[in-house]
Design a protein around this ligand. Structure first.
Ligand SMILES: NC(=O)c1ccc[n+]([C@@H]2O[C@H](COP(=O)([O-])OP(=O)(O)OC[C@H]3O[C@@H](n4cnc5c(N)ncnc54)[C@H](O)[C@@H]3O)[C@@H](O)[C@H]2O)c1
Length: 434
């Protein structure tokens, strides 16, 4: 049994890892530089909206197995397994920014008072774990550690479910000692027969990028077919459903929409193209996925422009700001591109999101944020649904129609029944269906 686990970074991934590993029976300390976050966590309040996470947080705080602190040196010294879960955002040149990881590695080197396993949970380009190993060796002048790659595959909005019931757990390792410790850290998953992939550091790193790039490709593929569906008069839902019935294809990630966003797919697809280039491999397919996805977001603005005639001076309601439902995360959300373009066209934007308005208002402080979808629809010329929140499925269309000035409804997630919308008096357009 490991003495203690330290999770460095308590964002979307680190927080779930900390509460999850503690729920497995481990003693865990979560560390973050952000004092506000730690103050909330100590009180059992989740700084992010993620279904179920607050229950796990409180249950494990009460058990005494889970603590949070900003005192990183002490937490590192008292732990013998350290998970790195800090951000690896996109740099201007589209590579992954490893400066947060490097800063943590420096601090680990300064506090390596006994043998420790350093586990990289952050998504890092191939070669990073070997680089971490070299850095630690150089800085500590010894080998009193092992480095393990343990990429995270959770989906925001379903993070707790994914942590406790992953499709697989991938562990890149080089020493039997580290493998044995990792086996015990995750013993609960071993008992519940989750498949474990034990592999090299490079293989683990590439599995993560290949998985994200494939999912981004699948979304982009169905969006392209949806665009063709519109042109030829086919129904994308029947096309996607029938494709998904083929076991080789599977029905997941075949939902057309405004393009993928979020904290992972955009930056990870760019990073794999970038490190592919460094290794002398042109990632032409993924490169075209990135570009095609950008066009899909812009296409939504073109659609609303075509429906509305001129956009200048119009009032448009945007329902949904998060990059997907069940999260408050707005990183790379399609709503960012769409609203940015609408504002440049001289549109007055009235927005609503059940959870993401605080985060979005940091990016766009000057648009109008409304308490309800109906408030956001007041006197609007057109309405756009951008995030697939369930509450938008149940909108009272006749009420919307009386509140709005205009009659245009663009449903970028195909949430509504086109016949119902038309019956309520709207001009309706979705994605991939006429
Ligand atoms: N968000 C996801 O759905 C998801 C899924 C799988 C993998 N990942 C990967 O996991 C990593 C973390 O992503 P995230 O979404 O949780 O990021 P995040 O930005 O939500 O959280 C990162 C946290 O690390 C903290 N931090 C930064 N430097 C620190 C330091 N030196 N010491 C202590 N804390 C520090 C920040 O304050 C922040 O709270 C990324 O590499 C990401 O690609 C994310």
């Amino acid at each position: 049994m490991p003495k203690k686990i330290c999770v460095v970074g308590t964002g979307y991934v680190g927080l779930i890892a900390a509460v999850g590993l503690s729920d497995f029976g481990n003693n865990v300390v979560g560390v973050d530089l952000d004092k506000k976050k730690i103050d909330m966590l100590v009180q059992g309040i989740s700084p992010i909206y993620e279904p179920g996470v607050e229950d796990y947080l409180n249950r494990n705080l009460e058990s005494g197995r889970l603590t949070f602190t900003t005192e990183i040196a002490k937490a590192l010294q008292e732990s013998n397994v350290i998970f790195i879960a800090v951000g690896t955002p996109e740099k201007e040149n589209e590579e992954a920014d490893l400066s947060y990881v490097e800063a943590v590695v420096d601090t680990i080197a300064e506090n390596l008072n006994e043998y420790k396993v350093i586990v990289t949970k952050s998504t890092v380009p191939v070669g990073t774990n070997r680089w971490i190993k070299e850095l630690l060796k150089k800085k500590t002048g010894g080998n009193n550690f092992d480095v393990v790659s343990n990429p995270e595959f959770l989906r925001e909005g379903k993070a707790a479910q994914d942590f406790f019931h992953p499709d697989r757990t991938v562990i890149g390792y080089e020493s039997e000692k580290a493998k044995d410790i990792m086996f015990r850290v995750y013993r609960t998953l071993n008992v519940t027969s989750v498949p474990f992939v034990w592999c090299s550091l490079e293989t683990a790193e590439l599995i993560k990028y290949a998985s994200n790039a494939f999912l981004a490709t699948k979304i982009t593929f169905i969006n392209e077919i949806a665009n063709l569906s519109e042109a030829v008069g086919a129904d994308i839902h029947q096309v996607a459903k029938s494709m998904g019935m083929d076991g080789r294809i599977s029905s997941k990630f075949l939902h057309p929409g405004p393009g993928y966003g979020g904290s992972c797919f955009p930056k990870d697809t760019k990073a794999i193209v970038s490190f592919g280039k460094k290794f002398g491999v042109k990632m032409k397919l993924i490169d075209s996925v990135i570009k095609t996805n950008e066009l899909q977001k812009e296409r939504m603005v073109e659609k609303i422009k075509k429906l509305s005639g001129t956009l200048k001076g119009k009032t448009i309601t945007v329902l949904g700001l998060a990059f997907k439902q069940q999260t408050d995360d707005v990183r790379e959300s399609p709503a960012i591109t769409i609203i940015d373009k609408l504002l440049k066209e001289g549109v007055n934007v009235q927005a609503h999101d059940p959870k993401a308005m605080d985060n979005f208002s940091k990016l766009f402080p000057d648009i109008m944020y409304c308490h309800t979808a109906y408030d956001a629809a007041k006197n609007a010329d057109a309405l756009l649904i951008v995030t697939e929140w369930n509450e938008y499925r149940g909108l009272e269309l006749s009420k919307l129609k009386t509140i709005m000035k205009g009659d245009i409804l663009l449903d970028t997630r195909n949430l509504l029944d086109p016949d119902d919308v038309k019956e309520a008096g709207f001009i309706y357009e979705g994605v991939g269906r006429k």
